[in-house]
Design a protein. Structure first.
Length: 495
């Protein structure tokens, strides 16, 4: 979407549809709707905006009221986007089994994340969200029962698809089921405006809850009662909770869904990787599962058939899941062979010696020496931390001090005060002269030089850092870290 917009919320929806030309069966077309084009990268941005604005219209959500919801991640991330822009505090309840990336994205957007035990499954996080809403008077969107879920997708996602294929008949639409809102809403739009289009749902083969035909029990408010007996854990995060959402059950009862197909976790991950490597479409496990189902369906249809699959989110939500289990951090043998094919910048060969010794650095000026001494001995926190903004060792040192709850005065030697390059270099030389080390960071406690990152980490690991802080009257607590070197990026730990 181009143009100028008054709010990031204006960018939700109107996502593109792309032909998976290389992966479509011969003579058939499999198209994908790229919901990763939404601002926060998933189809749930639509749901979040729809539920919040509906609640604003009917008055159930008050200005400044806290929003709380149970989610596997994408709905929560969408809610975090909407709540950040509209000014609502947000608490997300999530089972601990969902990917760590989702928690971090939520917290980065300002939301609070409350985890529930994995053993309690989806019903555990739903029950916890309801409990928190009752206790604190927070607004609960109730995505699994809220009719505005399906309505949002009918009016936006569904009508976009109708418009995109107005001149090219769509034989089938394929989607997975989380809350069921996407397939319910799109299905309704297609039944009204493209009745020849079959609506196909897919669910995990090892957790065929819908296909079982066993009914889900519901409370009077349409919330699920207990886990479905057929549910089993599966890798499709965001799909198929351990209950049948009421929104999904309504779609089944209303005949919106024509067929339910099963797809395995292995198929899902295989086709997610193929979409990435052969089409350049970066998506998650559920999208791979949907595409696998759509492609198989297309291969069964007559030549010329056209199938649309929902690609619900981006692959970046799955870095810590089995989808990326075989993706190496270090070079494999083939990559090492490429590295060895030319002589420069190799890990398995020594760096060439400089042609001539470098000229000795000039001595620091008296002004720079006085400046650094004043910083070390000046008023403020007795712990002084000389740093650079873009320095992994400085980041790791900060993490250690922050973990201990230490108040410190940080001197960023690449900050605005040192914008003058000559002055900054002079101050660096003065720090090196006083500390005896040319590197950064450098740490001083009550005027005593402790050292750089290595010395700081060693003092922590040996138990000496706490004593140095006590002697200087610096308040601190336990870091909870066994080995301070674990705070370094992995590529530095390996060297």
């Amino acid at each position: 979407m181009g143009g100028r917009h008054g709010s990031v919320l204006d960018l939700i929806g109107n996502t593109p549809v792309v032909l998976a030309e290389k992966l479509s069966p011969p003579g058939r077309e499999v198209w994908v709707k790229l919901e990763s084009a939404n601002p926060l990268g998933s189809v749930k941005d639509r749901l979040a905006l729809g539920l919040i604005e509906a609640a604003e219209r009917d008055g159930s959500l008050k200005p400044g009221q806290t929003v709380v919801e149970a989610t596997s991640g994408n709905t929560g991330i969408g809610l975090a986007l909407v709540c950040a822009r509209k000014g609502y505090p947000l608490v997300i309840v999530m089972a601990e089994s969902f990917s760590v990336e989702r928690r971090k994205i939520l917290r980065f957007l300002g939301a609070k994340v409350v985890l529930t035990p994995a053993s309690l499954k989806g019903t555990g996080m739903v029950d916890k969200a309801r409990e928190l809403a009752r206790e604190h008077g927070w607004f609960l969107p109730r995505q699994f029962e809220n009719e505005n879920n399906a309505l949002t997708h009918e009016l936006t996602t569904g009508m976009e698809i109708v418009a995109d294929f107005a001149d090219a008949p769509l034989d089938a639409f394929v989607s997975g089921l989380g809350t069921g809102g996407t397939i319910a809403g799109v299905g309704r739009a297609l039944k009204k405006h493209s009745p020849q289009t079959r609506v196909i749902a897919c669910e995990p083969a090892n957790s065929a809850v819908l296909s079982s035909g066993i009914a889900q029990a519901y409370a009077t408010d349409n919330s699920p009662v207990g886990s479905h007996p057929v549910f089993r854990p599966h890798p499709m995060q965001g799909w198929a909770p351990d209950f049948i959402p009421h929104v999904t059950q309504q779609a089944i009862d209303q005949g919106v869904i024509d067929e339910i197909r099963l797809v395995s976790g292995d198929e899902a991950m295989e086709w997610s990787r193929k979409l990435a490597c052969e089409e350049g479409i970066f998506c998650g496990i559920t999208s791979g599962a949907t595409f696998a189902t759509a492609r198989k369906l297309a291969s069964e249809l007559p030549p010329g058939s056209r199938v649309l699959a929902m690609v619900a989110d981006t692959g970046e939500r799955y870095m810590s899941t089995p989808l990326f289990a075989d993706i190496l951090e270090d070079m494999d043998e083939g990559e090492m062979e490429i590295s060895r094919s030319t002589p420069g910048a190799r890990f398995d060969a020594p760096a060439p010696m400089p042609a001539a010794p470098a000229a000795p650095a000039p001595e620091p000026s008296a002004e720079a020496l006085d400046h650094v001494k004043a910083l070390i001995e000046g008023a403020g926190a007795p712990l002084v931390f000389f740093s650079l903004e873009w320095c992994e060792f400085c980041w790791s040192g900060r993490k250690l001090l922050d973990a201990m709850g230490v108040a410190y005065r940080e001197i960023a030697l690449d900050g605005s005060e040192y914008a003058d390059v000559e002055w900054a270099a002079d101050v660096r030389r003065a720090l090196g002269k006083i500390s005896g080390a040319p590197t950064v960071p450098q740490v001083f406690i009550a005027g005593q030089h402790i050292g750089g990152a290595t010395e700081l980490f060693d003092a922590h690991n040996a138990g000496d850092l706490a004593g140095l802080l006590d002697d200087a009257g610096v308040a601190h607590g336990p870091s909870g870290i066994d080995n301070a070197y674990s705070l370094l990026p992995k590529w530095l730990q390996a060297r």
